[in-house]
Design a protein around this ligand. Structure first.
Ligand code: ZN
Length: 146
């Protein structure tokens, strides 16, 4: 299988079998964002404790890239702390500009999103989950510190 084919498989797998899909009871983070360019909609829920994303879930509708990206994000950041989350948020943003801030090992399945950088119209789809989480984390730390 070509690398492109493999990436496509990974994206379709996350799209068809999303990880951490759903809502949480009494979420510490609850945020809805959309990407009008494509029609993607995303709702993120998270439990935060002691600076750690104890649990993170998402619901949404939209294209395979936006939903696969959200699925991969929850898988990557669940149980991780804020610094780790920010490192990945920055890394994925940079990746959409063709920069490599994260190693292939750090990226794991996320490497499948690399090719999106070649399609500027889809970059917002790939980034929706990450920019939404970043906004929620910033709002939270502005409010009470995390
Ligand atoms: Zn999209």
């Amino acid at each position: 299988m070509s690398l492109e084919g493999l990436y496509q498989e990974i994206i379709l797998d996350h799209y068809k079998t999303p990880r951490n899909r759903g809502k949480l009871e009494k979420p510490d983070i609850e945020i809805f964002e959309s990407n009008p360019l494509c029609g993607d909609e995303l709702c993120l829920h998270a439990h935060v404790n002691g600076g750690t994303l104890k649990d993170i879930r998402f619901e949404g509708k939209g294209c395979s890239i936006s939903l696969a990206s959200a699925s991969m994000m929850t898988e990557t950041l669940k149980g991780r702390d804020r610094a780790h989350a920010q490192k990945y948020i920055n890394g994925i943003k940079a990746m959409m500009h063709g920069e490599e801030k994260l190693t292939d090992e750090e990226l794991g399945d996320l490497e499948a999103l690399k090719g999106v950088a070649d399609f500027p119209a889809r970059v917002k789809c790939a980034l929706l989950a990450w920019t939404t989480l970043e906004k929620a984390l910033n709002e939270r730390s502005a409010r009470e510190g995390m």
